[in-house]
Design a protein around this ligand. Sequence first.
Ligand SMILES: NC(=O)C1=CN([C@@H]2O[C@H](COP(=O)(O)OP(=O)(O)OC[C@H]3O[C@@H](n4cnc5c(N)ncnc54)[C@H](OP(=O)(O)O)[C@@H]3O)[C@@H](O)[C@H]2O)C=CC1
Ligand SMILES: CC(=O)N[C@@H](CCC(=O)OP(=O)(O)O)C(=O)O
Length: 351
Amino acid sequence: MKVAVIGASGYTGAELIALLCQHDKISICDLVVSENSESTGELFSTLHPKYLGICDLPLKAFSEQWFEQTVNEIDAVFFATPHEFSADWAHAFVEKGVKVFDLSGGFRLKNSDDYPKYYGFAHQHLSTLAQAQYGLAEWYADDIANSQIIAVPGCYPTASLLALKPIINQGLHLDNSLIVVNGISGVTGAGRKAALATSFNEVSLTPYNILQHRHQPEISQEAHAQVIFNPHLAPYKRGLLSTVTLPLNEGVTSADINQAFINAYKNTPLIRLVGAWPKIDNVAHTPFADLHWKVDEEKQVVVVSCAIDNLLKGAASQALQCANLSLGLPSHYSLIKNTLIKESLPKGAKV
Ligand SMILES: NC(=O)C1=CN([C@@H]2O[C@H](COP(=O)(O)OP(=O)(O)OC[C@H]3O[C@@H](n4cnc5c(N)ncnc54)[C@H](OP(=O)(O)O)[C@@H]3O)[C@@H](O)[C@H]2O)C=CC1
Ligand SMILES: CC(=O)N[C@@H](CCC(=O)OP(=O)(O)O)C(=O)O
């Protein structure tokens, strides 16, 4: 598969390019930045010296002319750009038969009225939006494999949905109850562009965008349940933790919840059901999601926690999982070698 990456100077773009470089069934044709980017003409490895000798391709500026010249040369394009840019341009690639993997939120929400409210722009391409498949790789593998445009989930929604779906999909939670999702993200979650709120001297653990974050409708849409979402910014670089609380139906036991997680993730090597509360340090720089939970059978409530790397499972490695699926490969191809099938919890796990 020949691909282009738009947004190659940014954090998720860089992580994605590193993964694509080591993939033996995907080759990179072009790395692209914004039309007036300061990085135009630089080598990728000059901007991101970690990849010196790994990827030394030049960064090209996006333009209509670039689009016309390239669109017939590529099989797929990855957008690691602002939401509005992919919302405006993805349809042009789709119409030419090029697969789109969009790491932004430009195609995640089914209700187009939510775009002005949560993203600040009106979506102009409603038929492409309707065509887009949500790319939560462990849950929608077949649909992802057969779709032309994939909306790769946001970082908080990835961790939150991996925690919520095994329970909600089995109808174990109390209907119409208050589901609370608390998320904590490292500062790379805000992207590479300088901003006062994410500068070294200003960053301090704090909630932000409470009751108005754009990931609330995304989580609710895919969980099929209303949630309260509380995002927090934390003073470290990488990694994200989402802890969810759900009231359970009467009679649901700890064993029922254990079984729901085992059933959901027994064939998914990138999801680890771990024997203790997950830690950011165990998943940072990896494509894994670590999950742990605890049930209080007296209060009929379950708390589930999920840790991921926001730039990998929360963006770039999940985008590659989607690309693998569309190539007919296992979603973890080229990400890990271990294909262990989990029929039970890990040895020593106490949940
Ligand atoms: N950071 C994270 O943890 C996650 C981010 N995302 C989403 O992925 C996308 C990229 O995020 P991230 O890598 O953090 O962002 P960055 O700010 O680090 O990078 C953004 C990239 O987009 C390019 N860009 C900006 N404007 C345009 C434009 N008009 N046309 C073409 N390219 C443009 C920038 O190029 P240049 O600046 O050189 O012009 C840069 O390469 C965003 O939509 C973000 O919401 C999703 C999940 C997690
Ligand atoms: C710490 C931080 O600022 N995080 C980002 C979330 C990044 C993410 O998942 O991205 P999408 O923009 O693609 O939805 C935020 O809250 O806006």
